[in-house]
Design a protein around this ligand. Structure first.
Ligand code: 5GP
Length: 212
């Protein structure tokens, strides 16, 4: 069991381009919340800083971290490896900090299956429409529009995992979406909610529109 002093784990996942990174940044401004900084073998984008956005490592450095059992979870996403450092996360939780994870569905599944002693709440973020999703993916600093098309293909696979999350939100307005998540997180932190409910039918219809 987690102690009252321990922090909680807040996981946000989404298909690429749903605006999750902005939500994670806003959440991290809440009192006593920090973002878990992952390791990745992906090359940095022009606006990214090592140690701030990710710890950028080589494939062999990443393999060593796996072998040394340094990861709480790790996964291959879009041909790159991503992993969450066990020690930094557990140290933060033990010192009462709430830790926000921006990780994919594979990592979420791994963390949930470990039955760790901390309270976990998981959110899946959906884009408002297919058109906006493609625009967001194309506007990124990517060498090639082809990557946006590739990620669109992955979207169709990844979006199906919404069913495994505690809560699903549609990010059509950043501030509105943030405040929805923030309220739920606060209720969860102070144990005001046991069973988190959302309208599965609305989400299911929205997903249908996104994939068809
Ligand atoms: P990006 O390369 O666009 O920053 O991230 C691609 C995907 O990898 C996103 O869905 C992001 O949530 C996921 N991701 C980032 N860090 C981790 C991690 O440590 N573990 C896992 N499983 N996924 C991650």
């Amino acid at each position: 069991m987690s102690s009252q002093k321990d922090g909680i784990i807040v996981i946000l996942s989404s298909p690429s381009g749903a605006g999750k990174t902005s939500l994670v940044k806003l959440l991290s401004k809440k009192n006593n919340f920090i973002i878990s900084i992952s390791h990745t073998t992906r090359k940095p984008r022009s606006n990214e800083i090592d140690g701030n956005d990710y710890f950028f490592v080589t494939n062999s450095e990443f393999e060593k971290l796996i072998n040394d059992k340094k990861f709480l979870e790790h996964a291959k996403v879009f041909n790159n490896l991503y992993g969450t450092s066990k020690k930094s996360v557990l140290d933060s939780l033990n010192s009462g900090k709430n830790v926000i994870f921006d990780i994919d569905w594979q990592g979420t599944k791994q963390i949930k299956s470990q039955n760790i002693q901390y309270k976990i709440i998981t959110f899946f973020v959906l884009p408002p429409s297919k058109k906006i999703l493609f625009e967001r993916l194309s506007n990124r600093d990517m060498k090639d529009k082809l990557i946006a098309s590739e990620r669109m293909k992955d979207f169709y696979k990844d979006v199906k995992h919404w069913v495994d999350y505690d809560f699903v939100v549609i990010n059509d307005d950043l501030d509105k979406c943030y405040s929805e998540i923030s309220k739920i997180v606060d209720s969860f932190r102070f144990s005001k909610i046991q069973n988190i409910k959302y309208d599965k039918k609305i989400i299911s219809q929205h997903v249908e529109k996104l994939i068809n």
